[in-house]
Design a protein around this ligand. Structure first.
Ligand code: ADP
Ligand code: MG
Length: 256
């Protein structure tokens, strides 16, 4: 589904110096996988997620989605990928407090070129809030919610366009253990029941253990481990994740 090869990324600063963050990352993500990514703070995990999610196109190397390189996609294809195939969840929720939870979840409908009926979008958003267990908060602004509840809203929003993959950057990083556990249960159900591919950067050992596969970023490269309970001390030579051929090439849904 996703194939990353020879990915290099440097950040340049104003004084002309540059910092090499990713130094030849190779990574395959198969459809339906629950993959956790761990690594020290500053090791480049967020940088990698942003590139895979199509939020950052300033890199060298290849990122392919269903056989198609992100760099070779048209603007329309790239935005279809970001908006319809990937759902993003962040540590700090990224919700708008001047809107209700329902409106936050409906936000992706604003970018839908088809311009679906607002009533349909509301109904879908309400369904999603129900699915994540907080339908009763629909009319409240997010600021009235606990961290765990906010993250449920953010997950509902990420699900709005029925993504095949969710990209999550330390989704339980701001949550207490109990809220974190509930969010993990939600992810587990999304992966097992709805077959959503999960790519989750985390420091949370419970998420890393729940994942079906865990990779570690070290020295700007992916050190790939395989299996559920892997640790940094593993020897070299993790199994190749293998690419799921999938069902045909990625095709942008050009909603003209
Ligand atoms: N926009 C940016 N401009 C310059 N340097 C950055 C930028 N984003 C991240 N970095 C640097 O790149 C390195 C990797 O950052 P990041 O990908 O956020 O790591 P992680 O998510 O693993 O903590 C860090 O040293 C960070 O300071
Ligand atoms: Mg980060």
């Amino acid at each position: 589904m996703i194939r990353v090869r020879g990915l290099h990324k440097s950040y340049r600063s104003g004084d002309g110096s540059s910092q090499r963050v990713l130094r030849g990352v190779d990574l395959d993500i198969a459809r339906g996988e629950f993959l956790s990514v761990v690594g020290r703070s500053g090791s480049g995990k967020t940088t990698l997620l942003n590139i895979i999610g199509g939020l950052d196109s300033d890199y060298e190397g290849a990122v392919e989605v269903e056989g198609k390189r992100l760099h070779e996609m048209t603007d329309l294809e790239a935005s279809a990928y970001r908006n319809n195939h990937v759902g993003f969840v962040f540590q700090s929720f990224h919700l708008f407090d001047y809107m209700s939870c329902l409106e936050n979840v409906m936000l992706p409908s604003l970018f839908d070129r088809k311009g679906g009926a607002a009533a349909d979008a509301r109904a879908r958003a309400l369904d999603l809030l129900d699915q994540v267990g907080i339908a009763e908060k629909a009319s409240q602004p997010p600021m009235n919610l606990s961290g765990g509840q906010k993250q449920r809203v953010a997950i509902a929003r990420a699900l709005f366009n029925r993504p095949s993959m969710m990209i999550c950057d330390e989704p339980t990083g701001n949550l207490d253990r109990r809220s974190g556990d509930a969010i993990l249960e939600l992810f587990r159900a999304l992966n097992q029941e709805d077959r959503i591919t999960l790519l989750i950067v985390t420091h949370d050992p419970l998420i890393a253990d729940a994942a079906t596969r865990c990779v570690r970023i070290e020295d700007g490269q992916v050190r790939e481990d395989s299996g559920a309970s892997v640790r940094a001390s593993d020897e070299d030579g993790g199994a190749d994740g293998g690419v799921d051929a999938g069902e045909g090439a990625f095709e942008a849904e050009e909603r003209a």
